[in-house]
Design a binder for this molecule. Structure first.
Ligand SMILES: Cc1cc2nc3c(=O)[nH]c(=O)nc-3n(C[C@H](O)[C@H](O)[C@H](O)COP(=O)(O)O)c2cc1C
Length: 392
């Protein structure tokens, strides 16, 4: 009997050791099938997210494989990326976890959206998981620390690095390779001068950024999406480009658009962007549409929907906008190397993820890079840049 008890105690004692080891090792299946579902059972989406940001800000990331692939290194907007996979805006809203995200193996990190003044955002709960649908619905409403707090954080990070080595955070944050930093700008809910909200952002945060994103596509700030109209967008972008020309590092200017646009809307946007001389486009933000396939009971929650259903919508938008004259970051519903590859072949020079990371956990970064590298290899591409727009 005591032998049985000893064996049981040994077995029970081994469980936390096994779980701890698998967590540290960053096993893909362990994360997607065991750890992430367990975390989702224990914590609300917002609490789980805050916990992830805390761990990343402390540099606590799974060991993972974090392999570098020569084929994935590329040059876009005049910047060198160690790989084309970035973390999308909304994950590190307050620029707290840049180094941790870099260590996860992302080729670039986009922080924000950051508004001029701090604001709370909408009432909680404001994020919902729909696991059966591989979807998240959020209505955060630009909860933001504001420009000053973000600038202080980026300033500290820059000083902690060897700032003499380069002009921005680029190449200085981590020891594992190069990282490109994007700063995504939003407007305050109560603001009446939207142009000033964005130009102030460029003045205050532009010097830390390799690229700046004008986010005119969040569905959770009333009136924001109307800034995608031809004249509004052209005027806004022209002002932003003028302000950035005054900065010593001259970050690239990108505009992030919604997926819910008609062909006419897209034509207007393409015209406005080319006229105002911005450097690129991010396609796309979350959608207000609710696909009929959704099954989870949260499907009618208000807000922007992200995840798997976006994948096809984005491919169609990329096909419409490509071959354009501007580089595009493709984001929406990327779950594996094939999804990433399809976006690249449809015209995206770079790609980003958010929702899939919520469900699959950090090992997904290495998995997407590995699979993308294999697909490029299989089709005989020597570099990812050769595959951009290959479907056209
Ligand atoms: C919880 C959440 C918050 C987000 N917040 C922002 C944001 O502040 N600014 C922004 O430009 N996009 C934001 N996004 C949109 C993402 O950057 C991305 O465009 C979208 O989720 C599609 O990618 P995905 O399907 O890989 O998640 C948010 C997305 C989610 C899920």
């Amino acid at each position: 009997m005591s032998k049985l008890r000893e064996t049981a105690a040994l077995f029970l004692g081994a469980i936390p050791v096994f779980l701890g080891y698998e967590t540290w090792k960053g096993d893909e299946k362990f994360y997607s099938n065991i750890l992430m579902p367990a975390i989702h059972n224990c914590f609300s989406p917002e609490t789980a997210h805050n916990l992830a940001i805390k761990l990343l800000s402390l540099g606590l990331v799974p060991k993972g494989k974090n392999e570098q692939y020569d084929k994935l290194s590329c040059k876009v907007f005049g910047q060198t990326f160690s790989n084309p996979l970035g973390i999308a805006a909304g994950f590190d809203k307050h620029a707290e976890a840049i180094d941790g995200l870099n260590k996860l193996g992302f080729g670039f990190v986009e922080v924000g959206s950051i508004t001029p003044l701090p604001q709370e955002g909408n009432a909680k709960p404001r994020v919902f998981r729909l696991p059966e649908d591989k979807v998240v619905i959020n209505r955060y409403g630009f909860n933001s620390c504001g420009h000053d707090a973000a600038a202080a954080r980026l300033d500290k990070l820059t000083k902690e690095c060897n700032i003499n080595r380069c002009k921005t955070l680029f190449n200085t944050v981590s020891g594992i390779g190069t990282i490109v930093l994007g700063v995504n700008l939003g407007k305050n809910k109560e603001s009446t001068d939207f142009t000033k909200d964005y130009t102030d952002g460029v003045t205050k945060l532009g010097k830390y950024a390799d690229y700046i994103v004008i986010n005119v596509s969040s569905p959770n700030t009333p009136g924001l999406r109307s800034l995608q109209g031809r004249q509004n967008l052209q005027d806004l972008c022209t002002n932003v480009v003028t302000v950035k020309e005054g900065l010593p590092n001259k970050p690239s200017i990108l505009v992030k658009i919604a997926p819910d646009l008609t062909e006419d809307d897209k034509q207007d946007i393409a015209y406005a962007l080319l006229q105002s001389k911005v450097d690129g486009l991010i396609v796309s933000n979350t959608t207000v549409a609710r696909p009929s396939t959704l099954v989870n009971s949260h499907k009618s929650e208000r807000g922007g929907l992200s995840g798997k259903p976006l994948c096809e919508i984005i491919i169609n938008s990329l096909s419409f906008l490509f071959p354009g004259k501007l580089p595009i970051i493709g984001v929406g519903g990327i779950w594996n190397g094939k999804d990433a590859y399809d976006k690249i072949k449809a015209g995206a020079s770079l790609i980003q993820i958010y929702t899939s990371l919520i469900y699959e956990g950090p090992p997904l970064v290495g998995k997407i890079k590995r699979e993308l590298n294999q697909l490029l290899e299989k089709d005989g591409f020597t570099n990812v840049a050769e595959a951009v727009g290959a479907d056209h």
